[in-house]
Write a protein of this length. Sequence first.
Length: 478
Amino acid sequence: MALANLIDGAFVPARSGRSLPDYDPATGLQVATLPDSGAADIDAAVAAALRAQPSWAAVAIEERATFLERIADGLAAAASALARLETLDTGKPIDLSSTLDVPRAVRNFRFFAGQVRHDRTDAHHGSDSLNYTLRTPIGVVGLITPWNLPLYLLSWKVAPALAMGNCVVAKPSELTPLTAAALCEVVTAAGLPKGVFNLVHGTGPAAGEPLVAHPQVRAISFTGGTATGARVATTAAPLFKKLSLELGGKNPTLIFADADLPAAAAGAVRAAFLNQGQVCLCGSRILIERSVYEQVRDAIVTDTKALVVGDPMQQGTQLGALISPDHLAKVQGYLALARQEGGAILCGGDRPSLPPPLAGGAFLRPTVIDGLPPTCRTATEEIFGPVATVHPFATDQEAIEIANGVRYGLSASVWTSNLARAHRVSAAVHTGMVWVNTWLLRDLRVPFGGVKDSGLGREGGPHSLEFFSDTRNICIKL
Ligand code: NAD
């Protein structure tokens, strides 16, 4: 399979003629090639987007919303093929691709079609003036996405960007180009005018960076690692671009003794290991009140050992492969560090022995580590794999201090049956999002994003529409 860029309505290779390999992380086998694009490809995509932008901005909101719905229909019609592509590219279980990734991508387009139809702006009436806010498209926007939820996160940006009348140049992760390429087919079949949606494959340094640096790209919405986000911010800041940064996390799960303990243990396991622990929101630090520490820790270990690790294409598999051998090596490096730091591995930590062709895959058993101080590197750095540490706490104050003792501030999950405690702790943790007695329960209208090194800005519902538009105040003297 040779993938192509979508530029100005045409499927084209990289101008250099170069390509990159794309691998199935469950087998290590190559499944496709993608264009190894560079600045010339980005320039061509931005030029096409600039040409298309005035007429796209003039398309009535109702019609733009109808385009989004047509894209949603196209994705829904291809749902099972898309789920297989996502699993092939990422190594995630097919049950997850088909119940989370693909349905959510469809929903993102439908949701923003509805959101833009119901969007409204402010008016301020004074004794001598009437002010109203006009929302205008930004122009050409750049969208850069990671490999962990490829179609889900790409659609989360593309839908509101298009809804607000912008033209798009998207740069998906070079590790997971397959569903991005499929989205190009769906968008084309939906009849979107050429140049409105462009997608350029390639690496971060070669294709992502020229997109961020391009002076005519007026906004960048980036989801990825914190170090990359810092680089994107450094490049974009002197150009005064609008910037949305959804970055890493080291999220705490706080379990109080008054919680429904079996539900809390099960919730903590799900939060730690969904998608092989490769979700920015994963709860990789599990804090447990001391009076129930052993009981809850042991339930977590029992539930973790019961998780089925294996062939991602097989229904019933709960953990598939990590994204790549390089990433597996990074995660294993943290296991070595955890041992040095005095941690005891209670389960996992090793690789399952699977029959060919999976023998060469990037698999790792889900791992729970006890006995580490909450301030050590293993317990404070983002590992982004199936590794969770467990820590006891004595008081609410201590739990909050441990929760806040990292550079990240994306999300937290609090388990308690005490309503006052739920409110108090939720207000005291420094994160953009808190779940109480649940995790990853999503309402697409709410603000999504982090504080501290987890990022800048909010996505979701009206926040996405606001990010992907400029506002102009118009003052009329009465
Ligand atoms: P990454 O930062 O390596 O790459 C993300 C994207 O940025 C890719 O498309 C990559 O090609 C591109 N890129 C790399 N260098 C670039 C540069 N110099 N300029 C422009 N673009 C560049 O991240 P990843 O490894 O793909 O994803 C994992 C990370 O993403 C984790 O840290 C995870 O927490 C984070 N993440 C955050 C959220 C969130 O919503 N906060 C969601 C998913 C993932």
